[in-house]
Design a protein around this ligand. Sequence first.
Ligand SMILES: NC(=O)c1ccc[n+]([C@@H]2O[C@H](COP(=O)([O-])OP(=O)(O)OC[C@H]3O[C@@H](n4cnc5c(N)ncnc54)[C@H](OP(=O)(O)O)[C@@H]3O)[C@@H](O)[C@H]2O)c1
Length: 251
Amino acid sequence: MVERKIILVTGANAGIGFETSYALAAASPTHHVIMGCRSLAKGQKALTDLEARKPAGTLSLLELDITNDTSITSAVEKIMNDYGILDVLINNAGIGLTTAKDYRGSILETINTNAVSALILTEALLPLLKKSNDPRIINVTSGLGSIADRLDPSSDSCGLPYEAYRMSKAALNMATACMHAKYQSFGARAWAYCPGFVATNLIGEEERVRREALGVDGGEKSAKGILEIVRGERDHEAGLFVRRDGGRWEW
Ligand SMILES: NC(=O)c1ccc[n+]([C@@H]2O[C@H](COP(=O)([O-])OP(=O)(O)OC[C@H]3O[C@@H](n4cnc5c(N)ncnc54)[C@H](OP(=O)(O)O)[C@@H]3O)[C@@H](O)[C@H]2O)c1
């Protein structure tokens, strides 16, 4: 009997997480995708929309706010009870805009969501990942997290400020390196995966509409790169900071 692959995608109700959930569920009848969403209402709508596309694999919904320790504990318990294992963790949930009113608050909220929470969730899931014979962790980062790129005057994105976001993704990159190095003891691999330039609501609806008008996709291309990693087609890039279409970012 072919074993199921249990996959958790955080921030699965929208954008890249939504398209990734579909691509992974559609790729194989042995794939089960757990859609981690902080809003059950948004998550239920996303699940219904994806099930209507009739993927070959299966999907389910899990309430998960990655910044809330109680939510993490409940989510881990639920995965333990329902599946007893986790094969792939995709730390996709992230923010580009914050609700904080002050500069310090906005920096802390961004780093807390985009980096600290991804590491804390991953550590909480270790007992489940250790049960897999091929555990994989994909951290959805950004080229804006590249320190080398920020200092390269020839780069297109060199001039973009976004200090809080850049710092959060640089921290996520370091978390990825730590995960990859530390978890090799039980056979896990980690990737820092840049999904490219995508038309989503990450920095507001107006920006999504602007990107759509430029012909930018809504996450399908990013999902394809994640699927390649899940399938083992990019194992030579494990432990690296990779681009969606192949190739690498400098750390
Ligand atoms: N779009 C791009 O061009 C781009 C480029 C590079 C990297 N990225 C990265 O790609 C990832 C996905 O972003 P996206 O572009 O798809 O944006 P998006 O459409 O805004 O999706 C972000 C997702 O994360 C969820 N989320 C935010 N905070 C959360 C929390 N505390 N707990 C659980 N879920 C939370 C959101 O849930 P709600 O709907 O409830 O808010 C949403 O589902 C992010 O890590 C982002 O930094 C995006």
